[in-house]
Design a protein around this ligand. Structure first.
Ligand code: NAG
Ligand code: NAG
Ligand code: NAG
Ligand code: NAG
Length: 484
């Protein structure tokens, strides 16, 4: 029992205690709770430095000026290595009618609160999403923002954020990658529109050709707005070799970044971060009316919907939608003999989804609100339900139960007919089958990266390319690392 002996040695025990102590201290220092004066002290103590051209960082090409607060705030988003407490950006603010720009020093923070992420599957990842914020004293409109990174500079265009006024719900979707279950999209759009959603923002990385056809159909109707989510590309030549490849070492396509880039785009009173296989429904009426009633004139800034796995008979993957009028619900407590892959556990970790008042949201996480602009706002648990489709829910072997929730607030047969007509106008009489093989390939690949303790990033690309021909987004100029 060599192992036991090692653990008995007093030196080892002392080191373990010391190690745990260091982790706790480190966690405490990193947590958002410690006072900003302590943070300032640390910055002064820890040799302040600007983010320079040797630092591994890429910026989203748009900087936002947020007018939802009394003092407008500049928001810049990046994917980068951990910044620590002492790194800042040198930023030149160009204003209308001003010849010389105003120089600002802007500190950043990881969107997930910690860097590397404290969320275990993301911890091995080198690159994390960061946000840089500064209060602006300037009043005029900004024309552009130029970040000075040592010898390089990055030029960002500027977009304004105003308090949303249109009544409705904007749906923000996490980046779509290697997506094949196109029927989910048809049900999602039909059900969410019936529940009051008016806009759908989809960050697109990759999908099957059939899925892309469905997205293009809704985009042409003006229902879906697509945002390119291409490969992050490489770092500049002089530093690229020193760091991991960004695509492979950013947690599943940096979805935190995409979610928070969607918030500035919301022009409706309510927003939601809910994926293509999930519909949040109230007990009665529409989600929009229910959420408006719960939030208006109260301190509720977000409503949380609890996960419910559902299946349909027949399955919607046969392209027959009649089963959606009475979904089957599964009990959470039933036996779950199948060992879930990390990705599936991640999905079930997202047991809650939420919708929020778009005027007060600051930062989003996938499953909860990270922060509100208005600190008096809170998240409240709703008495509605999240209907969550899982293609393999039957393999969970849970008991089925009865629940009063439905996808549609009114005449379901009308919506079922709509979905059949939609599928017919996209694909004609014989809709294509879904390739469940590619889903399995993804799960196997991802289990492998889990076993190897690797970041769950784009490392599955070659596996996925081997089983299917994917339509990738190849837009250039979305993530910038600057020029000399
Ligand atoms: C901006 O101003 C607000 C209100 O005065 C303050 O709470 C916040 O910390 C400031 N933000 C930054 C990044 O300085
Ligand atoms: C459902 O909503 C309708 C319309 O708002 C209302 O008339 C009805 O009483 C509600 N039913 C229940 C059970 O709450
Ligand atoms: C959102 O919050 C703002 C500020 O508190 C409030 O005026 C507005 O009524 C809220 N909107 C909804 C739909 O809850
Ligand atoms: C429900 O929808 C079907 C199909 O569109 C239609 O024939 C029927 O009249 C509708 N029923 C009601 C009560 O609106």
């Amino acid at each position: 029992m060599v192992v036991l002996k090692i653990f008995k040695s007093p030196l080892c025990i002392v080191s373990v205690i010391l190690f745990v102590f260091l982790i706790v201290i480190n966690d405490y220092l990193l947590s958002e709770n410690y006072s900003s004066s302590l943070r300032k002290m640390l910055r002064i103590g820890a040799l302040e430095r600007n983010v320079d051209d040797l630092f591994p960082i890429k910026f989203y090409h748009i900087a936002f000026v947020d007018y939802r607060t009394n003092t407008p705030r500049l928001r810049i988003f990046s994917i980068s290595g951990c910044l620590g407490n002492s790194k800042y950006l040198n930023v030149d603010i160009h204003q209308k009618g001003m010849r010389t720009p105003a120089r600002m020093k802007i500190y950043g923070r990881p969107m997930e609160g910690h860097c590397p992420s404290a969320y275990w599957p993301a911890t091995p990842c080198f690159f994390s999403a960061h946000t840089f914020e500064a209060n602006l004293s300037v009043t005029g409109g900004l024309t552009k923002v130029v970040i000075k990174l040592g010898l390089r500079k990055v030029e960002l265009s500027v977009q304004e954020i105003h308090n949303p006024v249109q009544k409705g719900i904007t749906m923000c979707l996490i980046p779509m990658y290697y997506y094949s279950q196109w029927q989910n999209i048809v049900l999602y759009i039909e059900a969410w529109r019936a529940q009051g959603a008016t806009r759908f923002i989809v960050f697109y990385h990759s999908s099957t050709k059939d899925t892309r056809k469905v997205l293009d159909y809704y985009q042409d109707l003006g229902i879906i707005e697509m945002r390119p989510w291409p490969s992050f590309g490489s770092l500049p030549n002089d530093i690229a070799e020193k760091y991991p490849n960004i695509d492979n070492s950013a947690y599943i396509f940096a979805y935190f970044l995409a979610l928070n880039l969607c918030i500035p785009e919301i022009k409706t009173t309510i927003g939601a971060v809910i994926d293509f296989d999930e519909i949040a429904v109230p007990r009665n009426g529409t989600t929009l009316d229910y959420a408006t009633k719960e939030m208006t004139g109260t301190n509720v800034g977000a409503l949380i919907f609890e996960n419910n796995y559902v299946s349909m008979n027949p399955s919607i993957y046969t392209s027959e939608f009649s089963g959606v009028s009475s979904p089957t619900f599964y009990s959470k407590s039933g036996p779950q003999k199948v060992r879930h892959s990390m990705f599936e556990r991640l999905i079930s970790y997202l047991f809650f989804q939420y919708i929020f008042n778009a005027s007060v949201i600051e930062l989003c996480q996938v499953h909860h609100v990270e922060s509100f602009i208005d600190k008096s706002k809170i998240s409240k648990k709703s008495d509605g339900a999240l209907l969550h489709l899982r293609y393999n829910v039957k393999s969970f072997q849970a008991n089925t139960i009865l629940k009063p929730f439905r996808f549609f607030p009114n005449n379901a047969s009308h919506h079922i007919q709509n979905m059949h007509e939609t599928v017919k106008s996209i694909f004609g009489k014989t809709p294509p089958p879904v390739s469940l093989k590619s889903l399995n390939t993804f799960n196997i690949c991802e289990k492998r990266s889990e076993n190897q303790g690797m970041c769950h990033g784009a490392t599955c690309k070659s596996d996925m390319d081997a089983v299917h021909e994917w339509v990738y987004d190849r837009t250039e100029g979305v993530f910038l690392s600057g020029e000399y």
